[in-house]
Design a protein around this ligand. Structure first.
Ligand SMILES: Nc1ncnc2c1ncn2[C@@H]1O[C@H](COP(=O)(O)OP(=O)(O)OP(=O)(O)O)[C@@H](O)[C@H]1O
Length: 223
């Protein structure tokens, strides 16, 4: 995905990204201080906000193949299971209950399968929203601070699940997080933002493909 000359003004805030390359099939992290525009950028990429100007080339990814997890996940007033299979239902895909049970078991939610989603804790809600996001095999998943309420064990579990997905059939991930350790553990490219712009990109070359060597590209963004 290629972003060129993107601009969005909201009140006194201005997002201005001259150039950002989101290489497909990789795990990207976005790091930056509070209020620097990380969520605004994700919302633009998800089609929730319309930019004032700029070009976003999704390189073949359709809007129905994009999913965004927000800090406070929206869940339907229905059971955990119904929430989980909803993305499949709207795409007319019949859920394989063995597979869905396996996902719930991995996330420690199998015991709550028939409970109302509203009865879940905030961390459990985040886990359910993650499972629901990956169940329909999207091409782009954007995660906005979804790891913030997870305990260490759950965070590790999600890192492992993301790695497993990448090993089988790599998709593109954009992960916004203040959990710097998790971002550094997981991401292949890290984009640093400040005051509405991307100021630096850091790539760990071949992280899941061999060398693990770190390269820093400065000035690549034109910032
Ligand atoms: N709907 C809105 N109305 C007014 N201002 C907004 C709106 N959405 C975002 N902003 C402003 O845009 C700026 C960037 O917000 P954004 O949520 O993208 O920051 P962030 O980098 O995600 O921060 P954090 O790390 O705190 O989540 C902030 O100053 C925020 O107040």
């Amino acid at each position: 995905m290629k972003i060129t000359d993107l601009e969005k003004k909201i009140g006194n805030f201005c997002l201005q990204i001259d150039h950002l390359d989101i290489e497909p099939g990789r795990i990207h992290g976005i790091i930056g201080p509070n209020g620097c525009g990380k969520t605004v950028l994700l919302k633009i990429l998800a089609g929730i906000y319309t930019p004032d100007s700029g070009i976003i080339d999704y390189e073949g990814i359709g809007f129905r193949e994009i999913t965004m997890l927000s800090q406070r996940p929206y869940l339907m007033d229905a059971s955990v299971y119904k929430n989980l299979i909803y993305p499949l239902q709207i795409r007319h895909i019949h859920p394989d209950e063995n597979k869905t049970d396996e996902l719930l078991r991995k996330a420690g939610l199998l015991g709550q399968k028939r409970q109302y989603a509203r009865s879940l804790s905030s961390g459990e809600r985040q886990k359910l929203s993650f499972l629901r996001a990956v169940i329909f095999q999207p091409k782009l998943v954007m995660i906005d601070e979804t790891f913030s309420n997870l305990d260490t064990e759950s965070e590790t579990l999600f890192i492992e699940m993301i790695r497993e997905i990448q090993k089988k059939e790599p998709i593109t991930w954009i992960i916004v997080s203040h959990q710097l350790e998790a971002v550094h553990q997981l991401c292949e490219t890290i984009h640093y933002m400040e005051k509405g712009s991307v100021i630096k990109n850091e790539t760990i070359a071949g992280r899941y493909r061999g060398s693990g060597q770190r390269e820093i590209e400065k000035g690549h963004t034109g910032a």
